[in-house]
Design a protein around this ligand. Structure first.
Ligand SMILES: Nc1ncnc2c1ncn2[C@@H]1O[C@H](COP(=O)(O)OP(=O)(O)O)[C@@H](O)[C@H]1O
Ligand SMILES: Cc1ncc(C[n+]2csc(CCOP(=O)(O)OP(=O)(O)O)c2C)c(N)n1
Ligand SMILES: [Mg+2]
Ligand SMILES: [Mg+2]
Ligand SMILES: [Mg+2]
Length: 329
């Protein structure tokens, strides 16, 4: 048995990652591949997002929450498309700060979230780097054949909804950097959202059944709705005045001197990992009921119009936003 401070490649795989392996399809992480049986009647839905220290998480974020964020941002993409997750491939680029205790914390975070979301590890890769700690994950899910929701199906007259709240990701980052003065519980709630966002996995079946188009909100609500607008070749009016805020974000907002600019910042900050989607107005009541059953906030933030392009509206007037969301320049 290697000493406890060992953080080598094979120790990491055997002692920390093997316990996370998919019981049927992971081959105990002791083979070159994972082999999955095909599933008649279903499509295999795949997505990959990487996270990098200094870009997606802070150098002093605990590694268990980094692992959870990595898994969750990917589960968010699957949920937005209406797919049910079952497994993932993982690549770890451990930096010098990732000794054995940090790797143990990372694996413990994954173990907790595997249980929470019903997924297992299928394989991956493990390397060491002199650069920033980085992690990449490929999430896999099933959706009934042909049922996956794209960005392209929005129809003129559809309503635009968003799950949960918008802006806590941005404020959580500010809070973690010590840039906000709010009550400690509020700061904690915001930091929790930044470090461990909640992917709307239990809303995936509703999206599958009722959404005409959907996207997960990672870059910023206007930026991500912009993808829907372009893919669907429609217009879309987004009403900033109804942006759903958490209690903590509301407390921050109430102290601002420029409400419009503050809402623009919250809307375009990103790191929300909510689902924005379009649906026919006849489904509004059902959507509200399904959200309520799941104790999930659901807000109608706009409508799909003829024409093309996203129009952001504040106090009934179209406005020009300085930036619509995060981009990796
Ligand atoms: N390096 C890459 N190689 C192949 N496809 C990529 C790469 N980077 C991004 N994409 C694809 O571009 C699209 C948009 O990516 P992204 O903005 O990261 O979307 P998301 O918000 O779904 O994570 C996705 O289909 C994604 O798979
Ligand atoms: C330290 C730090 N600085 C800035 C941010 C803000 N931020 C970085 S990437 C990003 C957008 C989401 O990440 P991305 O890689 O674009 O995910 P994807 O759109 O592919 O899902 C945001 C809001 C952050 N999360 N952490
Ligand atoms: Mg991505
Ligand atoms: Mg994503
Ligand atoms: Mg992005």
């Amino acid at each position: 048995m290697p000493a406890l401070d060992v953080a080598g490649e094979f120790e990491t795989i055997e002692r920390l990652l093997r316990p996370l392996a998919h019981p049927e399809w992971g081959r105990g992480l002791a083979d070159d591949v994972a082999v999955l049986p095909s599933r008649p009647g279903y499509d295999l839905v795949l997505t990959k997002d990487a996270i990098v220290e200094g870009v997606h998480f802070l150098p002093d974020d605990p590694l268990d929450t980094v692992a959870k964020k990595l898994l969750r941002v990917n589960l968010s993409d699957l949920a937005a498309k209406g797919a049910e997750p079952f497994g993932y491939l993982l690549a770890c680029f451990w930096s010098e700060r990732c000794g054995w205790p940090e790797r143990e914390a990372f694996a413990a975070g994954l173990a907790e979230d595997q249980a929470k979301f019903g997924v297992h590890l299928l394989g991956g890769d493990t390397v060491r780097t002199s650069g920033p700690a980085s992690f990449s994950l490929t999430a896999m899910g099933w959706a009934p054949t042909g049922a996956t929701v794209s960005r392209a199906g929005a129809q003129v007259g559809d309503l635009v909804f968003v799950t949960g709240v918008i802006g806590d990701g941005l404020l959580g980052l500010k809070a973690a950097r010590g840039e906000l003065s709010l009550e400690p519980e509020r700061l904690q709630a915001l930091m929790d959202h930044y470090r461990t966002p909640t992917p709307r996995v239990d809303f995936a079946d509703v999206i599958r059944n009722f959404a005409t188009a959907s996207v997960d909100v990672s870059d910023g609500l206007p930026a991500d709705l912009g993808h829907v607008v372009r893919a669907s070749n429609v217009g879309l009016a987004l009403n900033l005045n109804v942006l759903p805020l958490s209690a903590a974000a509301q407390a921050w907002f109430d102290d601002r001197v420029d409400p419009q600019l503050s809402l623009e910042d919250l809307a375009s900050g990103g790191d929300d990992y909510e689902i924005a989607f379009t649906a026919h107005p006849r489904h509004e009541e059902t959507l509200r009921r399904e959200a309520e059953r799941r104790l999930l906030r659901l807000t109608k933030v706009g409508e799909v119009t003829s024409g093309s392009g996203l129009t952001v509206v504040y106090d009934g007037q179209p406005i020009q936003m300085a930036r619509s969301g995060w981009t990796h320049g």
